[in-house]
Every structure is written in C-alpha cells, then in structure tokens.
Design a protein around this ligand. Structure first.
Ligand code: 5GP
Ligand code: ZN
Length: 117
C-alpha cells in the first residue's frame, strides 16, 4: 500500500513526531495553514471518517485526547479541530487524520482566510 502517513508511522518517511503512543502519532503538517498546524493520526490505516467502524471508537477518542494534550502543551488558548472527509471534503491523504490548528495572535485572526485542504 502506498500511504504517506503509514510511511511516517513506519519511519520510512521523516516527520518531527510531537506525540506518540501505541495507538496514535502526531507531527507538524508539511504545509501549515495556521501558526500551529499539527496532524494527529491513528497508527492503524483507516481511510477516513467515512470508513469508521464501531470498533474504532477507542482510536478516535485517543486522537481527540492527543489533540487536546498537544494544544495544552503549546498553550493554545483557542484552536480548531478538523477532519476533512473525502475529496469533496478536502481530504487529500487517504489515511484518517485530525488537523489541530491554532496559534493565531488575536481573536478573529483564525477566521480570516481560513481554509484547510
Ligand atoms: P487533508 O488535505 O487530507 O485533510 O490533509 C493532509 C495534510 O497532510 C495536508 O495538509 C498536507 O499538507 C499534509 N501532508 C501531506 N504529505 C505530508 C508529509 O509527507 N508530511 C507531513 N508532515 N504532512 C504532509
Ligand atoms: Zn495509511
């Protein structure tokens, strides 16, 4: 399978890992769309939110908690958590991922020209 994010999990593709446990990995987005832009992924290859099954509940919870912890570590006062789903939803990498976006200087900066994907 030719999946960029599986390649990062396997350390075949380099990334600066900012959080990792048995279920998840997080690293900065290569093309950041906010001052802080981290991608949180399951280590397991799940294509998208549209491909989620009941037994994936734990991994989805782990992704959201990881994003919450990273946001706290980076002292983000407010942030956005975004799942792009499918091509029409702006998804370009077919390995489920949560975008953590934040670090804008002032309230309102994040609303101006904001777009993911
Ligand atoms: P999507 O558009 O699928 O929601 O988000 C995929 C994200 O992955 C994009 O924002 C893109 O910049 C990022 N990305 C694609 N390839 C790489 C890579 O090799 N390394 C990292 N760190 N990010 C990547
Ligand atoms: Zn994958």
């Amino acid at each position: 399978m030719d999946c960029i994010f599986c390649g990062i999990v396997q350390r075949a593709i380099p990334a600066t890992v900012v959080a990792e446990d048995e279920r998840i990995m997080a690293f900065p987005d290569i093309h950041p769309k906010a001052p802080v832009h981290i991608v949180v992924i399951p280590k397991q290859h799940i294509e998208s939110i549209a491909h989620l099954e009941e037994n994936h509940s734990d991994v989805i919870a782990a992704i959201i908690y990881a994003a919450k912890r990273i946001a706290a570590e980076k002292k983000l006062e407010g942030y956005k958590l975004v799942f792009n789903v499918g091509r029409l939803g702006g998804q370009s990498v077919d390995h489920l991922h949560l975008h953590l976006l934040g670090g804008w200087a002032k309230p309102g900066d994040g609303k101006k020209g904001f777009n993911v994907g």
